[in-house]
Design a protein around this ligand. Structure first.
Ligand SMILES: [Zn+2]
Length: 175
């Protein structure tokens, strides 16, 4: 059976042109749909997300996604369309589509990054990040290792936690 598969790179200059204007959306809804379908078909085929090479990731991700997910970069605050996402649904890893947050976990933190007070805990891993002056708790997708953000203890009740997430590291799936 032949499955037609397109990487984001194959989708044409539109994506590249949009990526240059860093604050723009990373693609059209149709392109995002194609990328999501590719991840789903990879999952169905049992892809080994933890062992993709850097080159394979570069083929799959936009430059912004690659910088955040694979290089622990941080997007510019206020740049993600997911800041304003208020529909019911699930926020999944932009690398491998593993569900990480539910819409009811989201709240407005005022930081300019999509923020959540709870997480689908079994799907993330954490580590201590000492890159800045203080030790911060980094968290990432448990399946592909993709960096998502940092978790702080100044969130709202009931958890008191603030998962400060890069929007580019997530895709939203409406339920
Ligand atoms: Zn992932």
């Amino acid at each position: 059976m032949l499955t037609k598969r397109l990487s984001r790179r194959d989708l044409g200059l539109g994506v590249a042109a949009l990526a240059v204007t860093a604050c723009a959306k990373t693609g059209t809804d149709a392109q995002a749909q194609d990328a999501m379908e590719m991840k789903m078909s990879d999952n169905a085929n049992g892809i080994d997300w933890a062992n993709l090479s850097e080159r394979e990731w570069k083929e799959r991700l936009t430059p912004m996604e690659f910088n955040v997910l694979r290089k622990e970069g941080t997007e510019r605050p206020g740049s993600s369309p997911l800041n304003d996402e208020k529909r019911e649904g699930t926020f999944v890893c932009a690398g491998c589509a593993l569900p990480l947050f539910k819409s009811e976990h989201k709240y407005e933190s005022g930081t300019g990054w999509p923020s959540f007070f709870d997480v689908i805990e079994e799907n993330i891993g954490t580590k201590t990040d000492r890159k800045l002056f203080m030790a911060r708790t980094e968290y990432h997708c448990k399946r592909c290792g993709g960096h998502q953000g940092h978790v702080f203890k100044d969130g709202p009740r009931p958890t008191g936690l603030r998962y400060c997430n890069n929007g580019v590291a997530l895709d939203f799936v409406e339920s």
